[in-house]
Design a protein around this ligand. Structure first.
Ligand code: IYR
Length: 221
């Protein structure tokens, strides 16, 4: 039956064995994803970030409002401004804004207030949550489930970049209101995450941490 505003789903029904093969391959590839904190200055292939962003923008969202905005930062002067502002917040964080408990939890990661990767990496993607969209008449249109929607889009983005052989770091300097100022975004948008994108430096090492086994995360009824 034809219903106005609907169209057929583009859907590929797979044999079970092929489904399993694909999900295992995806699981294996994603199992090697790690946050990287030492980036080389090597540039990314042209068009790669744009393709990954298009994949991110396929995410489901509340009422299909697509409440996200991505700023791709490649300009060295803008990266520098972001580094300076982020390090200022991070200095306050590590010098006492964070609780002792929080700093204890972070110690195994070896993080501190120095963020040279914000300048070294060829690309930063500042992800903003749009709390409101603008209606055609200029009025404010509320968005729904924004954290869920932008979180899913960010997950797809990280996954697309990882499958493309590119490393990322989810960086959350706190607070990160400075991103609105530096990137000239309106106050209807809130910074969600700063994604650092590029290649790891040769020989990079990452914390030896483990993921929990499925039995501890999943229950079946
Ligand atoms: N934003 C700080 C601190 C930090 C917090 C968490 I939770 C981490 O998983 C990692 C770092 C920083 O980037 O250093």
């Amino acid at each position: 039956m034809d219903v106005a505003g609907f169209r057929p789903l583009c859907f590929e029904r797979l044999p079970a064995a092929e489904s399993l093969r694909r999900v295992r391959e995806y699981r294996e590839r994603m199992g090697t994803r790690r946050s990287v904190r030492e980036f080389s200055t090597e540039p990314l292939p042209d068009g790669l970030v744009e393709e990954a962003l298009a994949a991110a923008a396929s995410a489901p969202s509340g009422a299909n409002h697509q409440p996200w905005h991505f700023v791709v930062v490649r300009d060295p002067a803008v990266k520098r401004a972001i580094r300076v502002a982020a390090e200022e917040e991070e200095r306050a964080f590590y010098a006492g804004r964070a609780s002792q408990e929080w700093l204890r939890e972070l110690a195994p990661l070896g993080t501190d207030e120095h963020k040279p990767f914000l300048e070294a990496a060829p690309c930063l993607i500042a992800i903003f949550t749009r709390k409101f969209n603008t209606a055609p008449d200029g009025s404010r249109l509320k968005n729904y489930y924004t954290a869920e929607s932008v979180g899913i889009a960010t997950g797809l983005l990280i996954s697309a970049l990882h499958l493309a052989g590119v490393a990322t770091l989810t960086h959350t300097p706190s607070p990160m209101q400075f991103l609105n100022r530096i990137l000239e975004r309106p106050d209807t948008e809130r910074p969600f995450l700063l994604l650092v994108v590029g290649y790891p430096v040769d020989g990079v090492r990452v914390p030896d941490i483990q993921r929990l086994p499925l039995e501890q995360l999943v229950s079946f009824r």
